[in-house]
Write a protein that binds this ligand. Structure first.
Ligand code: NAD
Length: 380
């Protein structure tokens, strides 16, 4: 049974990514599915309608045309309430859902009996690596963060020996060496900077060193469950801020990526530490959306504090929309394979470990426990 798959244009401000790309459309068509793309959906990521048509998709010029008879809707950002209203009962929607920030959408999906899979809930097990959109997008974000830092820095990053004198390399400090942090480190190394990094998980040290950066060893090891960090105790937090501040003061660019799943981002750089930074230094706070790793970060804005520029940029992956969309589309393609049963039909029981973990809403029920608890009786 071939599925009808619909891909709307993303409407969130600044969102340039698209949930599928022509290369993936070709594969879906080859597997017997039909794909509808909303007119202009790929424009922001430089995939014009014509490329989708060549790959075998049809272009829909209205939302009614797009959603009519579609069994699966592919999204990057969570659907809006209006989009949910346009989908038929029983439609499956897959994408990032950020349920905690979009309670009214979750409730609407529940009431309209939409089935929603949240990509951020895909477990980080080996079998799910090809579907790990958190990682693919964090890779894109880490790359952009370093480039933004370099673009705002008044210095060269590499060492230069020229007729006009020798220039010392800039120092880049990365706080949080998860997926985004490691990509930020690799990018800063390629630009020739001296790179230092720190993470509360001691295990990150080996990965940092393998990229040629120096790992700042602190006496804290906060490895939590599933390879994530745990929250630090109040004493550990104070110690961390003190120890991090010396490294921050000698850096030209600081990129912060520290986060703890489901929590406000840890505060690593306090106002007093910013005051000790070099004139012209730059902080790129990748945790801006979840509260910021720097006390002075303003989400969505670039500010100046003394001689220090602090970027609270949001949605960094959208700044490399071509490749971020390509990676995201491949993640989704891989995820979709779980929805096809051995006879080529749609699976009816979502018992597969990955499907079960990422199922947010189904058949009029919120299936993800923490979201159900958060929304209580269901009134946002
Ligand atoms: P994340 O986005 O949740 O956090 C980013 C980084 O911030 C993490 O490395 C975390 O340790 C760090 N951090 C948290 N609190 C901090 C603090 N107070 N000070 C300094 N650093 C702090 O993490 P992520 O990038 O999504 O990756 C988390 C883990 O998951 C890593 O161990 C990674 O290797 C692992 N992972 C596994 C798979 C897989 O097996 N398929 C895929 C992706 C990631």
């Amino acid at each position: 049974m071939p599925f009808v798959i619909a891909v709307p244009k993303e409407l969130a401000p600044g969102e340039k990514r698209v949930a599928t790309v022509p290369e993936v459309v070709q594969k879906l068509i080859k597997s017997g599915h039909s794909v509808r793309i909303e007119h202009g959906a790929g424009t922001g990521a430089y995939y014009p309608d014509a490329l989708y048509t060549e790959a075998g998709a049809t272009i829909a010029h209205s939302r009614a045309e797009l959603f009519s008879g579609a069994q699966i809707v592919l999204k990057v950002q969570p659907p809006t309430v209006a989009e949910v209203e346009q989908m038929a009962e029983g439609t499956i929607v897959v994408g990032f859902m950020n349920a905690a920030r979009n309670p009214e959408v979750v409730i609407r999906m529940r009431d309209r009996k939409i089935t929603a899979f949240a990509l951020e809930l895909v477990p980080r097990i080996t079998r799910a690596q090809s579907m790990d959109a958190l990682s693919s997008q964090a890779t894109a974000g880490g790359y952009v963060a370093t480039l933004l830092g370099a673009a705002h820095c008044p210095k060269f990053l590499p060492m230069l020996t020229t007729a006009a004198g020798t220039i010392r390399p800039a120092t880049v400090l990365i706080l949080g060496a998860g997926v985004a942090g490691l990509m930020a480190i690799a990018t800063a190394k390629r630009l020739g900077a001296v790179v230092e990094a720190y993470d509360v998980r001691r295990a990150a040290g080996e990965q940092v060193r393998s990229l040629g950066a120096r790992f700042i060893e602190l006496e804290i090891n906060a490895e939590g469950q599933g390879g994530y960090a745990r929250e630090l105790t109040p004493e550990e937090k104070v110690k961390e801020q003190e120890m991090v501040s010396a490294a921050v003061a000698r850096a030209d660019i600081v990129i912060t990526t520290a986060s703890i799943p489901g929590r406000k981002a840890p505060l690593l750089i306090i106002r007093e530490t910013v005051a000790t930074m070099r004139p012209g230094a730059v902080i790129v706070d990748m945790a801006a959306e979840s509260g910021g790793n720097c006390e002075l970060t303003v989400p969505g804005r670039t500010i100046r504090e003394g001689g220090v520029t602090i970027l609270g940029s949001l949605n960094l992956p959208a700044e490399v929309p071509f490749h971020a969309s390509q990676m995201f589309a491949k993640n989704l393609h891989s995820f979709l394979s779980l929805l096809v049963d051995k006879d080529g039909g749609m699976v009816t029981e979502f018992t597969d470990e990955i499907l079960a973990a990422s199922l947010l809403v189904h058949a009029g029920e919120i299936r993800h426990g923490p979201t159900r608890d958060l929304l209580g009786g269901g009134t946002p």
